[in-house]
Design a protein around this ligand. Structure first.
Ligand code: CA
Length: 231
């Protein structure tokens, strides 16, 4: 079962906070309510999936709080603002907010924005299993198992594998792969992707000449063809 997304709502106006809370609960989301920025900072340790942040708060202001959240997190932030001036909005987005809703707002609209941000920031799969458990990728642990044995992959190989496996059936070009694996200490350029894939196949394929996981799409790139197991 999928975990409920936790939404931290920072809003000092009780009437608004109550309505937002009601709408979130009705939508199957888990609200975490804070009446001030200070309270919000305490609640951040619960690891919310998204923050709805009112700009005008008592004490610590929304702008400051936004900056504090951004210092150590990239979770989506939707700002609630009564300031409709374009400059204020641009400033809000410049502080690292992902979206904003101007007051007065309809709860339905806020909810639509929340869902759009959650979709965009969907947490990556933490564990993926393919071909009836033949290949298991644990993204958090950075561990790959083939037929029950842990494989030793280089960061580049791991990055390429995860990038492909997260998008089964989709063809990725070498350049797309280079961009996707930047976060995995990837060294090299488009042409080195082929060498990495070759090494990767030696490790994850029973017969590298007839791959069952990473297929070459000539002239384009690669495609992951493993069948994802049911959770
Ligand atoms: Ca307020």
């Amino acid at each position: 079962m999928e975990d409920k997304a936790v939404i931290l709502v920072v809003e000092d106006e009780k009437k608004i906070a109550d309505i937002v809370k009601l709408y979130l609960e009705r939508e199957g989301l888990q609200p975490l309510m804070a009446g001030s920025g200070e309270e919000a900072i305490r609640l951040l340790k619960h690891g919310p999936d998204l923050v709805v942040l009112d700009l005008m708060l008592p004490g610590l202001q929304g702008e400051e709080l936004c900056g504090i959240i951004r210092q150590n997190s990239d979770i989506p932030i939707i700002m609630l603002t009564a300031k409709t001036g374009e400059e204020d909005i641009i400033k809000g987005l410049g502080l690292g907010a992902d979206d904003y809703v101007t007051k007065p707002f309809s709860p339905g609209e806020l909810l639509a924005r929340i869902k759009a941000q959650l979709r965009r920031h969907k947490r990556p799969y933490t564990r993926m299993s393919f071909n009836k458990g033949e290949l298991v990728i644990d993204v958090l642990k950075r561990e790959v198992m083939h037929s029950g044995s842990v494989l030793s992959l280089t960061p580049s190989e791991f990055g390429i594998l995860v990038s492909l496996a997260e998008r089964p059936g989709r063809v990725l070009s070498r350049l797309q792969l280079v961009n996707m694996v930047q976060g995995y200490d990837f060294e090299g350029y488009e042409r080195t992707i082929d060498a990495h894939v070759k090494n990767l196949r030696q490790k994850i394929e029973d017969d590298p000449k007839n791959p069952t996981f990473i297929k070459t799409i000539y002239g384009v790139g690669y495609k992951f063809i493993g069948a994802k197991d049911e959770e």
